[in-house]
Design a protein around this ligand. Sequence first.
Ligand code: 13P
Ligand code: SF4
Length: 311
Amino acid sequence: VDPNLNLAEEIKRLKKEKNAVILAHYYQLGEIQDIADYVGDSLGLSQQAAATNADIIIFAGVHFMAETAKILAPTKKVLIPDLSAGCSLADSVPVDKFKKFIEDNPGHTVISYVNTSAEIKALSDIVCTSSNAVQIVNSLPKNEKIIFGPDRNLGNYIQGLTGREMKIWDGACHVHEEFSLNRILEIKREHPNAKILAHPECKQPILIAADFVGSTADLLRFAGSDLASEYIVATESGILHQMRKKYPKKLFIPAPPLDSSCGCNDCVFMKLITLKKIYLTLKYEIPEVTLDASLIDKAKGSITRMLEISS
Ligand code: 13P
Ligand code: SF4
């Protein structure tokens, strides 16, 4: 790529020429969020994918998100700028083991977090995201037995909020598991008025210490309230770009993991996507996310059921 090329301008031009749309997650680099047509959480991104009129969707996020877009918009070309942008949480639930888990617990309704492969979604009755998990669980009759996977922290949190006992898969995300409560409390001592915001994938002690728990979009909304002007944010650091952009007069401090030199926590998979890769993907229309039509068929029901409940 010519170093003198204005990547943002070229991306804009190619997008128009090819009727393409860029959907970006809040954990993406700031410069990517700034050129995206839509920036959002997992739920918002899937709703956008289902509704778009574009011919090409460039997914600036991780693989399961692009797969979900493909399932919801199978006639569109879905491109992801780096195929190795995976997810440690999605990887914590191998398909054969999850199948066995379901067989070992017959008569259960299977709720899967969106951070899963298409194969896991195909084994599930209904999908949820962090912003609608309570709503999805509460939509089921009180006597319904529930399997929840793969995130144990979100599962335990939802179980506490809804009072529903669930069989929870023992998976977790490497980013959210790493936050250190001690280091968060050290910051809180220096900023006693700061509110602690946490994503429900964090471990329980952090969720207990948090003033507000929610999806990335929920945290962003809460940061706009008049309750405080300082926030300690326990989720992937990309969301701070959006918070600082929306509320420039407020102070946002990334919650640190136990062991880090940068003082914040990045998702290595999310950060594989760069502006240069987006430009090349748009130009050459690779790598493409493809799925078998039969797998799309099997996985679609659980996602559309979620979208119907969340609409
Ligand atoms: P959200 O649904 O809150 O955007 O979270 C996605 C995710 O990957 C969290 O780690
Ligand atoms: Fe997956 Fe964790 Fe990265 Fe979210 S932050 S995409 S759950 S690895």
